[in-house]
Design a protein around this ligand. Structure first.
Ligand code: GRF
Length: 191
């Protein structure tokens, strides 16, 4: 199943997906890695893996988010992708792009949704005194971090945790969860 990945930064989840796709029995193939940031470190990781990369900077579009997304959509269509995977893509999408990829766009969020949507989830979990935290892969809908949940992984919160130590524990699970959920969705698609 041809898949496009959207990133804005480090790209460690993307790297986990690249590694999964290298397995001969894995049902997804990455046809495009697209970043809205020219300086996203993940772009180099993708290039080193021999993947096709593309930058569509949002800045020249100013406040016209849809115009930016129309260009993204054109690139996604041209790539032949059947699924779009958001992996640290840090822009909120308009309903236009969300609807264009309805039921075919996945996101990973660093909390056990519906708890702690939005940013700074690890800080929020610590502040709330959560005993458990984790990550969620969900379908993207227009409500931010609100789409149907496809999979979750949890980790314990330790008394000694800082946002950083907790984030690292969650990230490890993200790197396992995302390839697993994508595999499951691709198997559904391939049927
Ligand atoms: C991850 O924590 C992910 O859950 C969130 O943004 C972060 C991206 O990290 N959506 P990376 O770019 O995949 O390393």
């Amino acid at each position: 199943v041809p898949v496009a990945i959207l990133i804005s930064g480090r790209g460690s989840n993307m790297r986990a997906l690249i590694e999964a796709c290298a397995r001969p029995d894995y049902p997804a193939e990455i046809v495009l890695v697209l970043s809205n940031r020219p300086d996203a470190p993940g772009l180099q990781v993708a290039e080193e893996a021999g993947l096709k990369t593309l930058v569509i900077d949002h800045k020249p579009f100013g406040t016209d988010r849809e115009a930016h997304e129309r260009e993204i959509d054109a690139a996604l269509q041209a790539s032949g992708a059947m699924l779009v995977v958001l992996a640290g893509y840090m822009r909120v999408l308009t309903p236009w792009l969300v609807n264009a990829w309805e039921d075919r766009m996945l996101n990973i969020h660093p909390s056990l949704l519906p708890a702690f949507p939005g940013l700074h989830t690890h800080e929020a979990a610590l502040k709330a005194g959560a005993k458990e935290h984790g990550c969620t892969v969900h379908l993207v809908t227009s409500g931010v971090d609100e789409g149907p949940i496809l999979g979750q992984a949890s980790v314990p919160v330790l008394e000694t945790d800082t946002p950083e130590t907790l984030a690292a524990r969650v990230l490890e699970q993200e790197h396992l969860l995302y390839p697993d959920v994508l595999e499951m969705i691709c198997d559904v698609f391939a049927k």
